[in-house]
Design a protein. Structure first.
Length: 145
């Protein structure tokens, strides 16, 4: 159980005011940012999401299998930072980073609100029957419509 009842920092602080620990706590662990995406060559082409997760994603337990080394292991891993928050509109609409950037509240099921880490599961990558990345996979066969 998360202990957040006395310090609801996500409701009172701007993203720029968050400590590194608070920034990390915003992540609900849904894994949706770990899904592969495709985008056409045109600058304004839509970003299409697939059901294929990064090779470092742990499908059994959820989350990155090597979070501290993720940027070294996966070159295309997106580094979500406070300074890049304006770029996060490609993230799912339930993403806490995106919501707080737009001064919107976190959903009731977010672990910071519910106090239970597993409350995110019905809204996570697992709700999409994810497929683990393999070397010979055609991402277009796994687009989410």
């Amino acid at each position: 159980m998360l202990n957040t009842t006395n310090n609801r920092f996500w409701e009172t602080k701007s993203l720029k005011e968050l400590s590194k620990e608070e920034w990390e706590m915003l992540c609900d662990g849904c894994g949706l940012c770990c899904l592969h995406r495709l985008q056409g060559e045109e600058e304004d082409a839509p970003i299409l999401t697939t059901r294929v997760v990064c090779r470092c994603y742990d499908l059994q337990n959820g989350g990155c299998s090597n979070y501290p080394e993720r940027f070294k292991l996966v070159e295309e891993c997106t580094q979500l930072t406070i300074d890049r928050a304006a770029e996060f509109d490609w993230l799912p609409p339930t993403c806490a980073y995106r919501l707080r950037y737009h001064n919107q509240p976190l959903p009731s099921w977010h672990p910071l609100n519910s106090g239970i880490q597993s409350s995110v599961k019905p809204y996570s990558v697992f709700s999409l029957s994810p497929v683990l990345e393999t070397e010979n996979i055609d991402l277009e066969d796994f687009l989410i419509s």
